[in-house]
Design a protein around this ligand. Structure first.
Ligand code: PHE
Ligand code: ZN
Length: 861
């Protein structure tokens, strides 16, 4: 929190300097207590070679109450050190020495959920990025790697005591207390430290690595949740095997633990040997979790596990290099999911997410490079750009050098940098060395913000069958290499097979012997994170939607046409006769979703028409009423072509097989439930009754949630009954209730804002729980465009009050919520003025956290 009027400090990548002191080992002793945990830290410090002899020792520390400082066993007097809000400075220290500090901290008062805090009575830590400094005084930066050993003492009412690495001694202490020791043989930065203390049960298993190491796997949860851990454990074992097979990476300790906690700012955290998870990202049972929840759990369990190499064994030199671990690890988890499920459908989902979150970020005031060059609060940079665009950069490099050289490159990266804190240059350099390819111009992808535009022009020879495609990148994109996959398609499939074109600025691609009606399919598989501009007729676009042999591009052709049709139907686009286009699309969609040659999961994606947020992203002007109108007209026109198909899919795909979360069954349920969702575009009795019946009869959460959500979003008479039924059934299950909050947050019917406001007072709501806040306020601001952007400003009043209040409690979550306004400049003028006033007055408020201050400032700058 900034208490003074001065602006917070900005850190710059260009200012990097290595630390003056290295920590060879660190011994931590915790005496756990909810209000007064005492932490004793013994650091063996050594001045780095090359550091000045008189370099002061500067340690980070926040919200610590310092009790003792000693050097080599001798206590320092108050005049021998200096303590501020954020540091402990000792002006003069020997070249090598042992430093002991004793501090007290208050976990119960820690509502920011960074450092050591209490979640439902359980002690847990979150140290990335800068939480360790809220535990003890330390050089809290990722390039200081040290060997940690830990002793935890606690009352016996806190029976399970965990930290990183291997368990050591444990036993009783006087006064009803006990202790446990842990030792981590792998040097690590402080952000990977973790500690847990609580009354926990565990589900155990084992895994034998490729080279024969026996690893115990253990998922810790509250006793009541033991029945919901099996899937995460299964996903973990599959991820461990996959990383061996695909990247040659094996696990390196005898124990791997996951702990589920109820209060968590993000999805999960890759602490060495002791991953800590948001309970929502690990717990699942058929009755309580949807197929999508299972998919998320699989991906996040894998993601955190993969960090053991991409993040932990090789970590980041500084926080500017965040994409080094996150972009690469997202790439790895996306590849894992693609191998576990349907590769094409996975690609569609990943790209949809990139478009929904990263493209708007890159096009607005919060745009930043994949490797930012400056920041105020690093927590604000755990973004779609760093994660998802970061993954796309890795994917492009793989395309540019080929799969084999890419794997040789990652092997080289892991080997050369093992046990060190690396940079993006180390990663790209390893791929260069293994492939022999110069990637220096590729580095622009890391350094420049914004989405490049690729213009595609076509010219055909008057005589003969030659076609030339001219691919031109906008000037801002400079000369960075862009891999573009291109093929020609006619009604029978590929008229000319796929080529990979590397565009640097400009390229001419000549294809000979092409049938007259063939259409180019460009950027297949979304081979680069760019926006394509080209003039295709509706017929040509429909041809691609019917016949493109690349499933991603086939899907994309139809989806993009649906977006344009909806925008134009709402008066925001420039298709000439959008009604006709909507009709043709309706007919095409009806055909595709019936086509049994396509996997059900793919057909479900075809049926998933653009959401309001999808339309807002694609629109020059965000006018919620027009977007909603366009979407509704499109939906009902498409429905008029598909109704019988949808009804028969919904009937025919009903199944009484026992529930299995695997991709096959999940794909069929997805298709069936998309059919139901579109049927509900008729605010009619028959589909509503169909949905209500499904909700009542479902034996799994996927079907129950899909039906209840469809009803909850529609202004139908059955809406209240469906919501009440769901609440009644799940009122004691906090995780399941998040769905119930989220559906109501997205409701756009009459009285919507009042509903959301009332829900903030609901006994099941808890503003101290980030999952609840995201489900209600996050969904409201991100997805409920008509209500959030109500023309009278009432949605803004509500939201800004909530965010300001939350900032006093949890700055990271408050700041992230505010990013929901990132596209405010594209709002129609009336709303833009209203929200601008709100943003400016927030940005000028005194007493904001650094996190919220930085986000508000960037939004109005
Ligand atoms: N490093 C975590 C991940 O991506 C994300 C995270 C960041 C979690 C900061 C908590 C705090 O897997
Ligand atoms: Zn990560």
């Amino acid at each position: 929190m900034r208490t003074d009027a001065a602006a917070p400090t900005v850190k710059h990548l260009a200012d990097y300097a290595p630390p003056d002191y290295e920590v060879e080992t660190v011994r931590l002793v915790f005496a756990l207590d909810p209000r007064e945990t005492v932490v004793t830290a013994i650091l063996s410090l050594r001045r780095r070679e090359g550091a000045a002899d008189d370099a002061p020792l500067v340690l980070d520390g926040e919200k610590l109450s310092l009790r003792e400082v000693a050097i080599d066993g001798r206590n320092l007097g108050a005049d021998q050190y200096e303590v501020s809000d954020s540091t402990l400075v000792i002006a003069s220290v020997p070249a090598a020495f042992s430093l002991t500090t004793v501090v007290a901290i208050d976990p119960q008062a820690n509502t920011a959920l960074s450092g050591l805090y209490l979640s439902s009575g359980m002690f847990c830590t979150q140290c990335e990025a800068q939480g360790f400094r809220r535990i003890t005084y330390y050089p809290d930066r990722p390039d200081v790697l040290s060997r940690f050993s830990v002793r935890i003492e606690a009352p016996k009412s806190v029976p399970v005591l965990l930290s990183n690495g291997n368990p050591g001694a444990s036993g009783d202490l006087p006064g009803g207390r006990h202790f446990a020791e842990w030792d981590d043989p792998h040097p690590k930065p402080a952000y990977l430290f973790a500690l847990v203390g609580g009354d926990l049960a565990s589900l155990d298993d084992r895994f034998v690595t490729m080279s024969g190491r026996e690893v115990t796997l253990r998922i810790f949860v509250h006793e009541k949740d033991l029945g919901r851990c099996a899937y995460a454990l299964d996903a973990l074992k599959r991820a461990m095997r996959w990383d061996e097979e695909v990247f040659g990476r094996q696990y390196d300790l005898d124990l791997f633990m996951i702990v589920a906690v109820d209060h968590f700012n993000f999805g999960a955290m890759e602490n060495k040997g002791l991953n800590i998870f948001n309970a929502a990202c690990v717990l699942a049972s058929p009755e309580t979790a949807t197929d999508m929840d299972y998919e998320t759990i699989e991906a996040i369990v894998a993601h955190e596990y993969f960090h053991n190499w991409s993040g932990n064994r090789v970590t980041c030199r500084d926080w500017f290099q965040l994409c080094l671990k996150e972009g690469f690890t997202v790439f790895r988890d996306q590849e894992f999911s693609a191998d576990q499920r349907d590769r094409a459908v996975q690609r569609i989902k990943d790209v949809r997410r990139l478009w929904a979150r990263q493209f708007p970020e890159d096009a607005g005031p919060l745009a930043h490079p994949v490797r930012p060059s400056s920041y105020v609060a690093i927590d604000n940079f755990y973004t779609a750009t760093v994660y998802d665009k970061g993954a796309e950069l890795v994917r492009m490099m793989k395309a540019l050098v080929g799969a084999e050289a890419f794997r040789a490159g990652t092997d080289r990266y892991f080997e050369k940098n093992d046990g060190t804190a690396a940079t993006v240059e180390d990663f790209v350099g390893a791929i260069e060395a293994a492939s022999g390819r110069d990637l220096s111009r590729f580095m622009a992808w890391y350094a420049e913000a914004g989405t490049p535009v690729l213009r595609v022009e076509e010219s055909r020879e008057a005589s003969g069958n030659g076609v030339t495609h001219t691919l031109t990148l906008t000037a801002e994109a400079g000369n960075r290499p862009v891999p573009v996959r291109l093929a020609l398609i006619d009604e029978d499939g590929e008229a000319a097979s796929e080529r990979l074109v590397e565009v640097e600025g400009h390229a001419n691609v000549v294809t000979e012997g092409v049938t007259p009606g063939a259409v180019a399919s460009v950027l297949r598989g979304f081979s680069a994170p760019v926006r394509v501009e080209r003039n295709l007729s509706v017929d040509e676009r429909l041809k691609l939607a019917r016949a493109d042999t690349d499933p991603f591009s086939r899907w994309q052709a139809g989806y993009a046409l649906a977006v344009d049709a909806a925008l134009s139907l709402g008066g925001l686009g420039d298709l000439e006769s959008p009604e006709l286009v909507a009709d043709e699309l309706g007919a095409a969609i009806a055909k595709s979703v019936e086509n049994e040659a396509f996997a059900p999961a793919f057909r479900a994606e075809v049926l998933r028409l653009p959401s309001l947020t999808d339309l807002a992203r694609a629109s020059r002007v965000i006018d919620p009423e027009k977007l909603q109108l366009g979407r509704e007209v499109l939906r009902s026109r498409v429905l008029s072509y598909c109704r019988p198909v949808l009804e028969s899919l919904h009937d025919g795909l009903a199944s009484d097989e026992p529930y299995d979360p695997g991709a096959l069954q999940a794909g069929r349920r997805a298709l069936r439930n998309e059919a139901l969702r579109l049927l509900l575009a008729d605010a009619d009795e028959a589909p509503a009754r169909r949905a209500l019946r499904q909700a009542e009869e479902a034996d799994n959460m996927t079907d129950e949630a899909a039906a209840t959500a469809a009803l909850a979003h529609a202004p139908v008479a059955e809406r209240e009954a469906a919501l009440a039924r769901f609440y009644d059934r799940w009122k004691d299950d906090a995780l399941v209730l998040n769905k119930w909050f989220a559906w109501q947050a997205a409701y756009t019917g009459p009285g919507a804002l009042e509903e959301v406001r009332a829900l903030t007072e609901h006994p099941a709501f808890d503003k101290g729980n980030p999952n609840k806040v995201r489900a209600l306020i996050g969904v409201f601001a991100m997805e409920n465009l008509p209500t959030f952007h109500a023309a009278d400003g009432s949605g803004y009043d509500f939201f800004f009050d909530f965010v300001s209040e939350l900032d006093g409690r949890n700055p990271q979550v408050a700041s992230r919520l505010l990013t929901a306004t990132e596209s405010w400049r594209r709002l129609e003028p009336l709303r833009r003025d209203l929200i601008e006033k709100k943003l400016r007055s927030l940005a000028e408020r005194k007493g904001l956290s650094d996190n919220l201050y930085e986000t508000a400032q960037r939004l109005v700058s």
